[in-house]
Design a protein around this ligand. Structure first.
Ligand code: SAM
Length: 260
C-alpha cells in the first residue's frame, strides 16, 4: 500500500506511523507512507493555508490552491486514488478497509481542518469522501490514521501473522461480517469465573462451532442490524430464534456471562 497524507499537522501523522504495526508494516515493505505539509505548497511569504469563508460565519477554511499544487505534483509521478476525510462522507467500514488494502494506485488522504476545505477541492478533484463516524473531529488527521490503520492490518504480511486479522470482527470464516466471539487467556479460573469448558476441550471442530454461536449471540445482543440480510444456516437461524424468543432464558444469561 502506498500512501501520501496531505495535512497541515504532519507531526500528528508521523508520530503514529513511528510505532506499533504501522512502523512494522513499513519495515516489512507492506506500506510506504509519505506525509506532505500542505504549507510547503503555499506561495505567499506567510505560508498561508487558510482564509475566511465567503458569506461570513465562524472559523477558517483550508484554501484550495496549496492542496491542488500538492496533488498536481503527485499526479506527475503516479496514478492516484484520492480520499478526503469529512464528516459528510461515506462511513468507513471493514469492506472499505479491505478494498484499500488491495489498492495498487497511490492513495492520497486530504486532511481538512478548521471549518473544513474550500468546496472546489471536492468539486474539481472528485475525491472519495470518507467519514469515520457521525461526529465531528477537529481535523482529518485522526480520521486518516483510523482508515490507514484498519486497512494496513489487512495487507497480507503486515501483521506478521495473517491469522491475527483473519478472524476479527466483520471478517473471517467464523465472524463473516459479524462481531467476534469472546477470547480468554490464562488463568483458567479468575475471580470464580471459569473459562468455558469447550475452549479447553482440544476439539477444534467443536470449538469452531462454539465460537460461531458466540459470534451470533454477541451480534444479536450488541448489533442486531448486522444480522439483517445475512445468509444463515437453518440451525443458526433456529439458534437465534431460540434466544430471541427467550425460550432459553437461562441459556441467554449463561452465554452473556461467558459460561459454556
Ligand atoms: N464544518 C465541517 C462540518 O460540519 O461538516 C466540520 C469540519 S471539521 C471541524 C474539520 C475537519 O476534520 C474536516 O474537514 C475533516 O477533514 C475532519 N473530520 C471531522 N470529522 C470527521 C469525521 N467524522 N470523519 C472524517 N473526517 C472528519
Amino acid at each position: 500500500m502506498r500512501i501520501e497524507v496531505l495535512t497541515i499537522f504532519p507531526e500528528m501523522i508521523k508520530s503514529v506511523l513511528e510505532s506499533s504495526i504501522m512502523k512494522k508494516a513499513q519495515e516489512r515493505g507492506c506500506l510506504e507512507v509519505n506525509v506532505i505539509n500542505i504549507r510547503d505548497y503555499t506561495e505567499d511569504k506567510h505560508r498561508t493555508v487558510d482564509d475566511y469563508p465567503y458569506g461570513g460565519g465562524s472559523g477558517m477554511l483550508l484554501k484550495a490552491g496549496p492542496i491542488f499544487s500538492a496533488v498536481d505534483e503527485l499526479k506527475k509521478k503516479d496514478e492516484l486514488r484520492i480520499l478526503m476525510t469529512t464528516p459528510k462522507g461515506r462511513v468507513f467500514n471493514q469492506d472499505m478497509a479491505l478494498d484499500l488494502s488491495l489498492e495498487k494506485k497511490k492513495i492520497v488522504f486530504i486532511c481538512g481542518h478548521y471549518e473544513g476545505i474550500d468546496e472546489r477541492v471536492r468539486i474539481l478533484l472528485k475525491p472519495e469522501e470518507v467519514s469515520i463516524g457521525d461526529y465531528v473531529l477537529t481535523g482529518g488527521e485522526l480520521a486518516a490514521l483510523v482508515v490507514i490503520d484498519a486497512s494496513v492490518r489487512l495487507i497480507p504480511g503486515a501483521l506478521g501473522n495473517d491469522r491475527s486479522s483473519a478472524d476479527d470482527s466483520f471478517s473471517g470464516q467464523i465472524n463473516t461480517g459479524l462481531l467476534e466471539y469472546p477470547h480468554y487467556t490464562r488463568p483458567a479460573e479468575f475471580r470464580k469465573l471459569k473459562v468455558p469448558r469447550m475452549l479447553l476441550s482440544g476439539n477444534h471442530k467443536k470449538i469452531a462451532a462454539w465460537r460461531r454461536k458466540r459470534t451470533l449471540f454477541n451480534t444479536l445482543m450488541k448489533r442486531p442490524d448486522l444480522l439483517e440480510n445475512l445468509d444463515l444456516t437453518a440451525e443458526e437461524a433456529g439458534f437465534l430464534n431460540e434466544i430471541k424468543t427467550r425460550k432459553f432464558g437461562c441459556k441467554k444469561r449463561s452465554y452473556a456471562n461467558g459460561c459454556s
